[in-house]
Design a binder for this molecule. Structure first.
Ligand SMILES: *[C@@H]1O[C@H](CO)[C@@H](O)[C@H](O)[C@H]1NC(C)=O
Ligand SMILES: *[C@@H]1O[C@H](CO)[C@@H](O)[C@H](O)[C@H]1NC(C)=O
Ligand SMILES: *[C@@H]1O[C@H](CO)[C@@H](O)[C@H](O)[C@H]1NC(C)=O
Length: 389
């Protein structure tokens, strides 16, 4: 019977041979839900709640946030959809509800990500007076705290250990991005060289989180690396007085900050390699965040972006369109005419157009894995050359 179905599918495919059919193999049925941990790159609406607890200013609850896609602010740090939104769409799942702002079921996914979250616990930074002054950041929303939130929710999602393994085994876990805030907060007080010494701690924290999720039953995890911080408008603005030699002459990015990101990504990939060797039945997917952004910085025209690609779309007067006294969301801020012609939205965050490109790259990797394990008696998917359908 299975063979017959496969044959029928192959026939259908040969009749309507198209790239889309092949590259997006029945995505909608592979995962039952998405569980997400991270910071503002993944936060679909938790940050207004958390920032409210601490009485800190949160610009994302004002226009023009959300105007490109949702038509209103949603708590997302962007003009429209985030990478996680494009992933959910592609997998045929609902947008992942932010756990602190959603009053309803989390059976099809839960997003624990919070803007400004760090991998390391807040105490690590407060002990070192980072970022210092009167700042309340980092808030108590680290990866470890998000895992505690997940563990508190777990009894509402599944009961027996067997049921939980089954449920989480058919879920996609997004672990990150984490690290960008650990480093960006630290740059306020520490040199790039000093911050480099934090990288092993950050990577070890991500690694431990993955182990913990695997113990709960996770079988498919996507673990993004960090962005090229040296091309990030807030970093470029903060170090605006750097000597000419500090910049990559081709891109205008700060070389040392980008090297820190490459170092993080190398250590992270090595750690993921060890985890894969230890957990052979678990899919641990590295998602490159650095490369796709560099591609857009290096060849803006290829992506429909304007020449001065390091300029943010929304902000105040300044070389990169950023000005600490006039943040995006402020009444005096200006917004570019066409956000889809920009890489950066309000500073560190990307526009929906850029998020779409990054999501396409990640989905290419996610979809090249088969999804649900074929072990426990599940049917072997039909094979079609290298692809499975
Ligand atoms: C959540 O939803 C339930 C029922 O749908 C309702 O009774 C309850 O008041 C809601 N809670 C909040 C905090 O909105
Ligand atoms: C941080 O949050 C966690 C989880 O909600 C809680 O257990 C812990 O006590 C909090 N720590 C601080 C320092 O507030
Ligand atoms: C930032 O904005 C303020 C107020 O508009 C302005 O006075 C200042 O010159 C701006 N800073 C830069 C670096 O452009």
């Amino acid at each position: 019977m299975h063979k017959l179905v496969c044959a029928a599918l192959l026939l259908l495919l040969s009749l309507s041979w198209s790239k889309t059919v092949i590259s997006s193999p029945s995505g909608s049925h592979r995962y039952k839900s998405i569980f997400s941990f991270g910071d503002s790159f993944a936060d679909t609406g938790n940050n207004p709640i958390v920032f409210g607890w601490y009485s800190v200013f949160d610009p994302v609850t004002r226009p023009p946030y959300g105007t490109t896609f949702f038509g209103r602010h949603t708590g997302r740090n962007g003009d429209g959809r985030l990478i996680i939104d494009f992933i959910a769409e592609n997998l045929g799942l609902p947008y992942v509800p932010p756990t602190l702002a959603h009053n309803g079921s989390f059976h099809r996914g839960a997003n624990f990500a919070v803007g400004a979250a760090t991998a390391l616990d807040a105490g690590f930074f407060h002990e070192r007076d980072i970022p210092g002054g009167y700042s309340k950041f980092p808030l108590n929303t680290s990866l470890g705290v998000q895992l505690e939130w997940f563990e508190s929710m777990k009894p509402t999602l599944c009961r027996t250990p067997r049921e939980c393994k089954n449920f989480f085994g058919r879920s996609l876990f997004l672990v990150g991005e984490f690290g960008v805030n650990d480093y960006h907060f630290s740059f306020q007080r520490k040199t790039v060289q000093e911050v480099r010494s934090f990288v092993p701690d950050v990577v070890a924290t991500i690694s431990m989180a993955i182990e913990r999720l695997i113990k709960h039953g996770a079988r498919s995890l996507v673990v993004p690396g960090v962005i090229p911080s040296g091309c990030s408008p807030p970093i470029l603005t903060k170090f605006a007085d750097a000597p000419p030699a500090a910049y990559d002459s081709k891109t205008g990015c700060l070389t040392a900050h980008n090297e820190l990101g490459l170092h993080h990504n190398a250590l992270l990939q090595a750690a993921l390699g060890k985890l894969r060797a230890k957990h052979r039945n678990v899919k641990i997917i590295y998602a490159d965040f650095f490369g796709p952004i560099m591609d857009m910085v290096e060849s803006p025209h290829k992506f429909g972006f304007e020449e001065d690609v390091l300029m943010v779309c929304c902000g105040g007067p300044g070389r990169y369109g950023m000005n600490s006294t006039v943040p995006c969301g402020d009444a005096a801020a200006t917004t570019c005419r066409d956000p889809s012609a920009r890489l950066y939205w309000d500073g560190v965050h990307l526009t929906e157009a850029a998020n779409r490109h990054v999501a396409d790259v990640w989905l290419g990797v996610i979809n090249s894995f088969t999804g649900v394990s074929t072990k426990q008696g599940a049917k072997e998917p039909c094979r079609l050359g290298r692809h499975r359908i």
